[in-house]
Design a protein around this ligand. Structure first.
Ligand SMILES: O=c1[nH]c(=O)c2[nH]c(=O)[nH]c2[nH]1
Length: 321
């Protein structure tokens, strides 16, 4: 183009919403994961935008094919943090002109169906139930811009859409009162939120894989999603979040959020920051005074109107010192 009033200041492309279900068979005991994957690339790709030069373009169709291939061969497929690192590392090491890969994995929630056995309920070996809308989220940035033998990866993980509600031990008082205030102070209310949580690990160095050993990807030991997520580990972030939500005598969403985040950092040595986004989903006691029916005393109200919108939105990031 002849004019110099603009330039390409950033460019990133790839495939979004690659849907994959992977089965891992241990004899008759089967495991499944269902992932929605986004894989985006950065690198020496400017000319594809500025000069219609497709010679630098790894087709998004190929990126999709690589995603399925790594899902097939990766020994890490059942752990989304590790699968995302494996995929991102393969993308940046395979193509000399690609310097960064951004991989997001959203894991849908499949749990084993509990069935009755001779000694009580057991988990079915190969039948699963979609156990809510909650998603486990992993975001990985694999950066080879300092060279293919000096690959650095940053991992952010967490969950979204974890819907919770408690019927007491939540209050909200002593907030700013002025001419705009209509909200009454309450020492007892319903507290409900749809939890979005993410936590970051410190960046890790990835040993250079060769094309030949694409199957042998080694995950750095610092990436220990097990301790942050694994349901068998008592300090896992999901459990800490749920326990704190249930047990905290909440003065506000803000105060409960801060407690949750601090506990995750205190109990997980490799976690550097914890962020929450907590919508305050309001439930309003229905006024039945016109019928002579009392339903407005906070701790005694029984009939509530769920309000879809608007909601409060309380967010914060807590960082390791
Ligand atoms: O926990 C709360 N935090 C707020 O900031 C707020 N604002 C509001 O109207 N209700 C609430 N509740």
């Amino acid at each position: 183009m002849s004019d110099d009033t603009s330039f390409l200041s950033s460019a990133r492309y790839g495939k979004d919403k690659v849907r994959v279900l992977r089965v891992v068979r241990e004899g008759k005991w089967h495991h499944i994961v269902e992932y929605n994957v986004q894989a985006l690339l950065e690198g020496d790709i400017e000319t594809s935008y500025t000069e219609a030069d497709n010679s630098v373009v790894v087709a998004t169709d190929s990126i999709k094919n690589i995603t399925y291939y790594i899902a097939k061969i990766s020994p890490h497929i059942l752990i989304p943090e590790r699968f995302a690192l494996h995929l991102g590392t393969h993308l940046v090491s395979k193509y000399p002109h690609i310097h960064k890969a951004f991989v997001t994995v959203e894991q849908l929630r499949w749990s084993r169906i509990p069935v009755s056995g001779e000694q009580g309920p057991t988990e079915h070996p190969h039948a699963f139930i979609r156990d809510g809308d909650e998603k486990r989220i992993v975001k990985v940035e694999v950066n080879a811009s300092k060279g293919k033998d000096k690959i650095i990866a940053s991992v952010t993980a967490g969950l979204s859409d974890l819907l919770v509600l408690k019927t007491t031990e939540s209050a909200f008082t002593s907030f700013v009162r002025d001419k705009y205030t209509t909200l009454k102070e309450v020492d007892d209310r319903i507290l409900s939120t749809s939890i979005d949580l993410s936590y970051t690990f410190s960046p890790v160095e990835i040993p250079k894989p060769t094309d030949a050993d694409v199957e042998q990807f080694a995950v750095p030991a610092e990436i220990t999603p097990g301790s942050v997520w694994d349901t068998s580990v008592p300090t896992n972030a999901r459990k800490v979040t749920l326990d704190t939500f249930a047990s905290d005598n909440s003065a506000s969403v803000q105060a409960t959020l801060y407690r949750m985040a601090r506990l995750i950092i205190a109990q997980n040595a490799h976690v550097q920051t914890v962020s929450y986004a907590l919508p305050n989903k309001h439930y309003i006691p229905v006024d039945m005074g016109y019928l002579g029916v009392e339903n407005l005393v906070p701790a005694q109200a029984e009939v509530f109107m769920p309000i879809a919108a608007p909601s409060g939105l309380i967010t914060a990031t807590v960082s390791r010192k």
